[in-house]
Design a binder for this molecule. Structure first.
Ligand SMILES: *Cc1c(COP(=O)(O)O)cnc(C)c1O
Length: 403
């Protein structure tokens, strides 16, 4: 009854729709949703062996579930890593990373431009437990090198960054980490494995917010960590089993099905984002556009080499009007004039999203911290979806043309 095993030469597009655990005895073509908290055991001896880890078998959905396993298998195939572990959210993937790798007295070097909650988790929460951290420039390799200490265990980066799309050199960071006996973790949320596979450039651990492009339709909160079989089995599964930042089978199933269209979504959303970025760059009311696919982007060549020649689907821009009072009013005018775009701070959806980072994702920073990070009041971020490009331009023109 068991399916013939998949050939081991398949392309990533194929794995995105085929990699999964075996179908059940019913031969379902769409992967089954195993909505069960526990699994019955054939007998007590088998149960004892499975609980002791001497025999494979599903036990309890905090750490073993076939739907979650399918999602993990598929994402590992896309990232090109040996293994993956699903988590309740992107943040809980980073929590799992830190709990698994760090202890009091260890040191982390992290880009200053990573997701806000990541800065808080590593800097403040793990700081409470005696983990030291240094935050450095996204793009200045000398700062990363100078921040290294004998007790540095982990380097953490995210590329491109939110909202300014700064790109860091994954290969160079991996070399800095490995020369010091540390590991490099990369948050691959913005590109997804459809555009960028950090493992190819030497990253040891890849972090995902499944909430974003992996689901792709803004339905569930989910996360994952991809790494070698050894790291996942020896370092992360034991933490998951004890700490329980588990991915629900339902959310895993939604993400599993979302990954089937990831490649074509990323390609189509990236293509629209590039066109929109070019249009914005030519608009008289736009001061500056931040998009890795534009030749004007500071790391354009690196981005194109690292991101399969594509810029991703997030475009940010400064509207004209830099004096502080006017800047915020102008950004709000562009956002509030739209009728189609969703005003929300999420991203990765097929519905295009618009937001002012200074008052949402970066609202908890002081104005001085925002200035240092380059997040100005006139900055607007657009996470491009799948609507027709002409409709997106027309919607943005409503505000831009009336500034
Ligand atoms: C959203 C996001 C996260 C956190 O993911 P959640 O699923 O919301 O917990 C982490 N990193 C980046 C880059 C994100 O955009």
């Amino acid at each position: 009854m068991a399916r013939r095993p998949l050939p081991d030469t398949l392309h990533r597009d194929t794995l995105a729709v085929r990699a999964a655990v075996d179908a059940s005895q019913y031969g379902e073509n769409s992967e089954a949703l195993y909505l069960t908290s526990s699994f019955t055991q054939p007998d007590s001896e088998t149960a004892a062996r499975r609980f002791a880890g001497e025999e494979d078998g599903y036990i309890y959905s905090r750490f073993t579930n076939p739907t979650v396993a399918s999602m993990e298998k598929r994402l590992a195939a896309l990232e090109g890593t040996e293994a993956c572990i699903g988590t309740a959210s992107g943040m809980s993937a980073i929590l799992l990373l830190c709990m698994g790798l760090l202890k009091a007295g260890d040191h982390v070097v992290c880009s200053r431009s990573v997701f806000g909650s990541t800065l808080k988790l590593i800097g403040s929460e793990f700081g409470k437990f005696g983990v030291q951290s240094s935050f450095v420039s996204q793009t200045d390799l000398a700062e990363w090198k100078n921040a290294m200490r004998p007790n540095t265990r982990l380097l953490f980066a995210e590329t491109p960054t939110n909202p300014l799309t700064d790109v860091c050199d994954i290969r160079a960071l991996a070399d800095i980490a490995h020369n010091a006996g540390a590991l490099l973790a990369v948050d691959n949320c913005f590109c997804s494995p459809a555009l960028q596979q950090p493992a190819k450039f030497g990253a040891d651990i890849i972090i995902h917010s499944g909430t974003k492009y992996l689901d792709g339709q803004g339905r569930v909160v989910a996360g994952a960590l991809c790494a070698s079989e050894k790291l996942v089995r020896e370092t992360f599964i034991p933490v998951m089993r004890s700490a329980g930042m588990s991915l629900s089978p339902f959310n895993a199933w939604v993400v599993l099905k979302g990954m089937e269209t990831l490649g074509i979504r990323m390609e189509a959303q990236s293509a629209r984002a590039l066109e929109l970025a070019r249009w914005l760059e030519a608009h008289p009311r736009v001061e500056r556009v931040y998009y890795p696919g534009l030749a004007s982007h500071a790391q354009h060549e690196l981005a194109m080499a690292q991101q399969s020649g594509q810029g991703g689907a997030v475009v940010s821009f400064d509207v004209k009007g830099t004096d502080p009072g006017q800047a915020r009013k102008n950004a709000f005018h562009v956002i509030d004039s739209t009728r189609l775009l969703s005003v929300t701070a999420n991203l990765g959806d097929v519905k295009t999203i618009i937001t002012q980072p200074a008052s949402t994702s970066h609202g908890r920073l002081t104005e001085a911290q925002r200035q240092a990070a380059g997040i100005r009041q006139n900055l607007v971020r657009v996470a491009v979806g799948l609507e027709h490009l002409d409709d997106l331009k027309a919607d943005l023109a409503l505000g831009l043309d009336t500034l």
